[in-house]
Every structure is written in C-alpha cells, then in structure tokens.
Ligand binder design. Structure first.
Ligand code: FCB
Length: 464
C-alpha cells in the first residue's frame, strides 16, 4: 500500500468534465441556432450507430439532478462548456439565463465552475461563411468571449478558451471524422490551427480588457512521445511528431513563435503560410494564467522515410483486441487506447521545465483524463467498473509523482461526469463516472464515481 497517505495540495480542485454538445440535448430550445455538429450528425453515415446530440443526456433540462450528483460525490469543480449556438443571436437572453442558473447552481453547491468557451460546436452560420478557415471567425469568437466574460465573469474563476485545437484540425480537416468533415486538406488544417490559436489569444486579450478576476488558459490535448526503438531515425521522428502535435501549440502560446522544424515542414508542403499575419504571434502569446492539459495516451513513433506529409507512423500492435481491454501485455481501454499512467508524469515534468516559466510556477490543470469501459448496472443495480477505478488510481498516482517533483498542479477534471455523446463514436463508448441509460435517461453512479469522490473528499489517494 505504497500509495497510502499520499495527499494532494491544499485547495486542489477535484472535478468532472463535460461539453455542451455531448450532454445538453435540447438543440431546438431557447433560441439555440444550429451548430456544425447538428449538421454533421444529421448527415447519414457520419456517426457510428447513427447517434446525434439532439437529446444526448438531456443535461439542459436535468442539470439540477446532475449538479446534485456531482455534489453528492464530493467534487468541488465542474468543467463544462458554453454552447456558442445558445449565445449567438443578439438579444436572445434565454441561453444566457440558462448558464446563469447553472453557474449559480454550482456555486450554491460549493462547486467551482471551470468554463470552456469553445468545445467544437461552431454555429453553422459561421461555417457557412468559411468557419475557422476564415479569419473573420476569430473576431466573432472574440466578441462571443467578451460577452461571456461580461455575463458570467463575476462568478467564474477558471476559463478555458479553446478545447483541443489539434483535434479540431486533424479530425475536422485531415481525416474527415469530425465536423465540419473535410478530408486530406492540410492547408485547411494548418489555417484552422492558426486561427484557433489566434482566437485563443484574442479571448485572453478580451478577458484582460474586461477587468474580470479569475484565470484563463488553453486546453490542448498533449501527447507524450516515445521512439519505437533507439534507432536514430525513430528518435528523430519522435521529436518531429512532437512538433506537429504539441510544440505547434505550446511554442506560440508560451514563447511567441512557431517551432522552426515544423514550420519548415509545412512550408515545404504548402508554400508560404500567408495566413500568419504580422502581430499574430504576439496576440497568441498573450500571457495566460494556467495551462489546461487533456491527457489520454502517449504515441510511440516509428520512422517511415519518404512518406508525406508525415514521415512516420504511430506504432500500434497489429492484433489490438479492444473489448477485453488488454492486448500484448499492454492494458488498453475498450476504445483500444493504451493505458500508460507514467506518460502523464513524463508529460507534466516536460511542461513544467519547458513551458511553465523560469520558476516553473505556471499552474497546470488536468482538464481531461479518462477511459472507455462499457460496464453496465448488474442485477443489484451497481456498476462495478473496476477497470475505471484502477485507471483513476494509477493516473492520480502518476499525477502525485509529478506534484512531488515540483510540478504546480491546481486540479484534475475526470472525463467525464456522465456517459455521453462521444462524437463520431456515438453512444457506444462510455467514459462516465455516472452511467446513463439512454432509453430512460436515468443516471446511476458507478463504483468509480464513488471511489473518485472519496479521494476528492479526503484530498488523498485511496488504494484501489
Ligand atoms: C477529448 C474531447 C472530449 C471527449 C474525450 C473523450 O478529445 O475533448 O470532448 O470526447 O476526448
């Protein structure tokens, strides 16, 4: 029981995370306008199982029950996103009033709101005018951010600008797996990366201008990289891929420049990156107050010389068996994602040294970390998701390893509070601490939810 008695810093935030489109439903209510995800999910064949976010977890109506559950677990933070489509129409107050009630409901229950401005639900009207490819969307986002600080900034202490910019470009413009559903468009991908980073910087500027107290930061998904072998070619592409996935976002935000190696790779492919205007990097580098980190899994890299645009591949064992959760001795989630808690420690130490300032004192918040396990209620009504319990234990132990080595971590938000609409993968993949029956919308706290809640209340790691 080596982990017994390992405590977290005082005031640590223990949260669970959701995003608007994944949980709210109520897509036609209170003046909400369509988003790119409504369009995408209603295009036949796009979503596994044909799911849409039309109802999702009905969180828009059941938020009181969900906040009561969150409070009953003992959590003191809740990360959620504002639906831009609910706040898009000038003069429409109902969306704003909804989030007023939600935020007040959190505060009444002693739960700190952690609010994401953009978790992928771009209003379709903006997509029709070019979406994130169009620089004008950046200014529309800055206006939306400013009005959100004005509306909610008196009660929100933790803001996140953009969720996972790399995934937005990768899945939305290169692989056609997420809205708006473009494929093979590297120019679109890189343009969108830049505009999302610029939108982040503009939101930070608007936040400062608002004079609101509180903290603001970016929520990228960050992936620790390891070479598949000690072959120098593998080691080289490991660094190169890190440039694509991590440094392309971290360097401009924290150092005011794009990493030279990756910039050259893009320029070789696309010619001059003319969408990067004078002054943009200063805007992107507007100082932030903390860094959100979404951590799921590492990448193991192997060189594939000559392959373009990326001369590498991510190594995954050929015979990945996902339903049992294990293959080749490497534990995996039911989604096939390798479970590597030590990757979180490595990632945090690296961020601490490379990006958190000379004194390493910029706080980090784990804004997402979680896993797919499909456990359902047994005959006794209990959801015994031991694998999620183990996942939580092992990742929190890895987090403590980083904290004990000096990394300043302000909190941890598990993905997710509820089983919910997992984008392209529909409703098949369950990430929740709370089970959702999609026929009745009944909620059942899983064993992992109780376990996680006890850790939160004790502020101390409990053996599993
Ligand atoms: C992240 C997303 C989040 C959820 C988890 C599983 O990439 O930010 O919305 O889908 O993955």
């Amino acid at each position: 029981m080596g982990s017994m008695g390992r405590t977290f810093p005082d005031g640590f935030l223990w949260g669970a995370a959701t995003s608007a489109y994944q949980v709210e439903g109520a897509v036609d209510e209170d003046g909400r306008v369509p988003s790119i995800w409504d369009t995408y999910t209603h295009t036949p064949g796009k979503i596994d199982g044909g799911g849409t976010g039309d109802v999702a977890c009905d969180h828009y109506h059941r938020w009181r029950e969900d906040l009561d559950l969150t409070a009953s677990l003992g959590l003191n933070a809740y990360r959620f996103s504002l639906a831009w489509p609910r706040l898009f129409t000038p003069g429409e107050r109902r969306g704003r009033e909804h989030y007023d009630r939600l935020i007040d409901g959190l505060l009444e229950r002693g739960i700190e709101p952690v609010v994401t401005l953009y978790h992928w639900d771009l209003p379709q009207a903006l997509e029709d005018r070019g979406g994130w490819r169009d620089r004008d969307t950046v200014e529309r986002f800055a206006e939306y951010a400013a009005s959100s600080f004005d509306a909610f900034g008196d009660r929100v202490g933790w803001w996140l600008t953009i969720n996972e910019p790399w995934i937005v470009g990768l899945l939305g413009y290169l692989h056609g797996l997420h809205a708006p559903g473009y494929s093979g468009d590297v120019r679109g991908e890189v343009t969108v990366f830049h505009h999302l980073l610029l939108a982040h910087g503009r939101a930070v500027q608007e936040f400062r201008r608002s004079g609101r107290a509180g903290r603001i930061g970016l929520a990228p998904n960050l992936i620790p990289h390891y070479p598949a072998s000690d072959d120098p070619a593998d080691v080289e592409v490991t660094w190169a891929s890190d440039g694509y996935v991590n440094r392309w976002f971290l360097d401009p935000v924290f150092r005011g420049s794009y990493p030279q190696d990756q910039r050259e790779r893009y320029e070789t492919l696309l010619g001059p990156l003319e969408f990067i205007a004078d002054g943009d990097l200063e805007t992107i580098a507007e100082p932030t107050d903390y860094l959100g980190v979404n951590y799921y899994s590492p990448r193991t890299m192997q060189a594939v010389p000559g392959d373009t645009p990326w001369p590498w591949r991510v190594v995954v064992a050929d015979d990945v068996e996902t339903t049992g959760g294990f293959t080749d001795g490497v534990p995996r989630t039911e989604g096939g994602t390798p479970i590597v808690p030590s990757g979180l420690t490595d990632l945090l130490l690296r961020l601490h040294h490379d990006y958190c300032g000379p004194a390493g004192d910029l706080p980090i918040m784990i804004t997402e970390n979680g896993a797919v396990f499909g456990d359902a209620p047994g005959p006794d009504g209990l959801v015994r998701d031991e694998r999620r319990v183990a996942f939580i234990h092992d990742h929190l132990a890895a987090l403590l390893d980083a904290i004990e080595q000096g990394v300043h971590v302000a909190g941890y938000c598990h993905w997710s509070l509820l089983d919910n609409f997992e984008w392209k993968l529909g409703y098949e993949q369950r990430f929740g601490l709370v089970y959702v029956d999609y026929d009745t919308l009944e909620r059942t706290v899983k064993e992992s939810g109780r376990y996680y809640g006890r850790i939160a209340v004790a502020n101390e790691l409990e053996p599993r």
